[in-house]
Structures are given as structure tokens and as C-alpha cells.
Design a binder for this molecule. Structure first.
Ligand code: BTN
Length: 239
């Protein structure tokens, strides 16, 4: 990884790069200091939400974590991170934020975000698929996942993407630390663009009434308004 020459206040206070780690989030939770960025070329036990494995092959993507300190460091962080990645990728595509915090390009997932907290430390983990060809993904992922290169048909540079994400992330972290949680949450909720859409989540189908102050989805169903804090949603077509 070439020097990033970051001009940031918090994010990137230290930058550690590894050829291989089990998980950059695990490293951040054990050894992270405020603003430290940990990047691994590959992860042997990369993890995603719901305890899923995150495919982290060498040379293909950006697998990194940002360690943050402070008892409320996780507040709004996933919202700010999704906005930061979306902004960073806008030089070459128009990513959508899929609730709660996946980034999709042309309907396929190019980035996942995982915020974890342990012993007072917060790890913000971000995985971005950059160079994969479809056959580089394990078979079950091929339909739903893409890399920036296959989704856009153009070349992407991992160091440039990382620099842009960290720069935008720094702004979001500063906004959150200056008490602007609500502004960040609102920008994220607007970007999710779900209000009034018909969606399915698990066995529930309903119309999205909005997103509440904690980021939960309010789904108007035949059983009344249900509050969903996480889950896998799909738009219901033709309604
Ligand atoms: C998801 O969409 O399920 C979240 C995926 C998060 C993956 C990243 S890759 C860097 C960091 N280290 C991990 O073990 N996971 C996150």
C-alpha cells in the first residue's frame, strides 16, 4: 500500500498494514487506539453481520477497520460509515445504501460494514470488493455480490479508494463527536430512500413508514407497525 498522505483529524492517526490477519476487526478490538486504521490484504476469518463469514481473498478488495475510543463511539457510526463510503465511491459510480448499511451498485453488494464493541473499544470494519471477477466470489455469492470493477466496467485503485473513504469517514466521525448524531442519521435515512416502498423482511411484508431515531425500520404491516432493528430486506416488485 503506497503512503496515503491523509489530511485527517482523527481517522488514520496510525495506519497499520498486514499481508494477512484473521480479522482486522479482531485486531482493532484487541489493540486499537483512537483513530487507528488496520488494513489487511487478506483475512483468514473475516466476519460479516449475523456471524457470517466475509470473503476476504488477497489482492482483490479493501479489508480494513478503524478503531475508535469513547463510550459512545459506536453511536451513529454505521450511518456515517455508509455515507462516507457512498461519497468516496461517487467519483466512479452511484452507489445506493441498502438498509441498514450495505452499499450496492446496480443492485449488487460491493461493500459491507460491521460495527463491533468490546471492552470499551469500538471497531468499524469495512469490506469493499474492488478487483473481483464474478468467478472470484464463492458460488453462492455470485448472484448478489459484485466488485467495483465488474459493477462499473472501469479500473479502481485500492489506495485511492481507501484514502477517499478515510477522508470522508473522518468528517463523519467529527460530526458525530460534535453532537451532530441527528444530522448524520437523517442524511443516512434520506439516502436509504425507503419511505413508502413495499419491502419484505423475513416473513414480514409491509410498506416502510420511516426510519426511527435509532435507525430501525418502521414497517406498516397488516399486523400494525413493526419495528425492525436489523435484517435482510428486499423490495417487493410490482405493487
Ligand atoms: C456485512 O455486510 O456482513 C459486513 C461485512 C464487514 C466485513 C469487514 S472486512 C474488514 C472487517 N474485518 C472483518 O472481519 N469484517 C469487516
Amino acid at each position: 500500500m503506497p503512503p496515503l498522505n491523509l489530511d485527517t483529524a482523527i481517522v488514520g492517526s496510525h495506519l497499520l498494514t498486514f499481508d494477512e490477519l484473521d480479522s482486522t476487526n479482531t485486531f482493532a478490538l484487541r489493540h486499537g487506539t483512537d483513530g487507528m486504521v488496520i488494513v489487511a490484504d487478506s483475512q483468514t476469518a473475516g466476519r460479516g453481520r449475523y456471524g457470517r463469514a466475509w470473503h476476504s481473498a488477497p489482492g482483490l478488495g479493501l479489508w480494513f477497520s478503524v478503531a475508535l475510543e469513547g463510550h459512545d463511539a459506536a453511536e451513529g457510526l454505521a450511518f456515517g460509515a455508509a455515507l462516507a463510503v457512498r461519497e468516496a465511491l461517487r467519483t466512479g459510480c452511484h452507489p445506493e445504501i441498502k438498509w441498514p448499511n450495505d452499499l450496492l451498485v446496480h443492485g449488487k453488494k460491493v461493500c459491507g460494514i460491521l460495527v463491533e464493541r468490546r471492552h470499551g473499544r469500538t471497531a468499524l470494519g469495512i469490506g469493499i470488493n474492488v478487483h473481483h471477477r464474478p468467478e472470484d466470489f464463492p458460488e453462492p455469492l455470485r448472484e448478489k455480490a459484485a466488485s467495483l470493477e465488474t459493477a462499473t466496467g472501469t479500473a479502481w485503485n485500492r489506495a485511492e479508494v481507501l484514502r477517499a473513504v478515510l477522508t470522508h469517514l473522518d468528517r463523519q466521525v467529527m460530526l458525530l463527536r460534535s453532537g451532530k448524531y441527528e444530522a448524520v442519521r437523517r442524511a443516512w435515512a434520506d439516502a436509504c430512500n425507503l419511505t413508502g416502498r413495499r419491502v419484505r423482511c423475513g416473513g414480514l411484508v409491509g410498506t416502510v413508514a420511516g426510519v426511527d431515531g435509532r435507525g430501525a425500520l418502521l414497517l406498516d404491516t397488516y399486523r400494525g407497525v413493526q419495528r425492525l432493528v436489523s435484517g435482510e430486506i428486499a423490495l417487493v416488485e410490482g405493487v
